[in-house]
Design a protein around this ligand. Structure first.
Ligand SMILES: [Zn+2]
Length: 275
């Protein structure tokens, strides 16, 4: 294993010391996060989302059907309960989702009684799909990032599978803290490095170049949010690292159960409060 001091600081802990993992990935020696280096250019990232994700959505018609919505609603209800997010906040507060993609979760927010919802995404093609969903008439869809939200304008900010795609995760968390009101909640879900990523090594399922740019360790994630005035309130870990079909269904289900129960899963959802 080669050591490198690239001079580029880790967005989670600031260390420039890292070990080669599998091109183009590096393991931060300061906090154990997994980082892509070099990063794709902003133009490459934008082109990627316009073409790849829109193609994926178009190729998968099930993406918009009621069954996928029901599955997502069940999963999110469970995850939000596990991290201690009170769903009643949705009806009384101003809600935003960064990376709303084809809009299933903003529909969930609308059905949970949200009277103020902003759905943000970088892809116009995905926003076009989102606008077609039932129940999202009052949702404001915005193409862009959190920078379009005024200071303190948000009481609950949801970021599912977003931060690992960001070429500037430190700036993103700073912007999230700025957009949140005092006492506002941020809900963040992301893959995390740790026991599972170490066990799978170079074949870990979340090593997806140009798509996953920075994957934190659980501790590094919490530390970055805490440095930005976001206090951790609760979290859950899940996912044993096996993809569907990689093992017999019962084996995978048993391992997924252990990953959640003993909190070593390679995915994490966490709740933070803006202090
Ligand atoms: Zn680090």
């Amino acid at each position: 294993m080669t050591d490198s001091n690239s001079g580029v600081p880790c967005p989670f802990c600031g260390s420039a010391r890292r070990s080669a993992l599998r091109r183009p990935y590096w393991l931060c020696r300061g906090c154990g996060s997994v980082l892509q280096y070099p990063l794709p250019s902003p133009g490459e990232i934008e082109a990627y989302y316009e073409s790849y994700l829109a193609t994926k959505a178009a190729m998968n018609p099930g993406y918009l059907d009621e069954e996928s919505y029901a599955a997502l609603a069940r999963e999110r209800t469970m995850t939000l309960a596990e991290i201690g997010y009170p769903l009643s906040r949705v009806a009384t507060g101003r809600n935003a989702e960064l990376g709303c993609a084809n809009g299933l979760f903003v529909r969930f927010l609308a059905e949970a009684g949200s009277r103020s919802t902003v759905g943000l995404d970088v892809s116009e093609s995905l926003l076009a799909l989102a606008r077609r969903l039932p129940g999202v008439g009052a949702v404001r869809f915005v193409r862009g990032s959190l920078s379009s939200l005024p200071d303190g304008s948000c009481d609950s900010l949801f970021m599912f599978n977003v931060i690992e795609h960001s070429p500037d995760v430190a700036g993103l968390v700073q912007d999230a803290a700025r957009a949140l009101s005092r006492g506002g909640y941020a809900v963040v879900e992301t893959p995390v490095s740790g026991l599972v990523s170490r066990a799978f090594g170079a074949s870990w399922r979340h090593l997806m170049p140009d798509e996953h740019l920075a994957i934190p360790s659980a501790r590094a994630l919490v530390a970055l949010f805490a440095r930005n005035g976001l206090r951790p309130l609760g979290s859950t870990r899940f996912g044993c690292g096996l993809t569907a079909g990689a093992a017999p269904r019962r084996v995978k289900a048993a391992l997924d159960g252990l990953a959640k129960r003993f909190a070593f899963g390679d995915r994490m959802c966490a709740l933070f409060e803006r202090v």
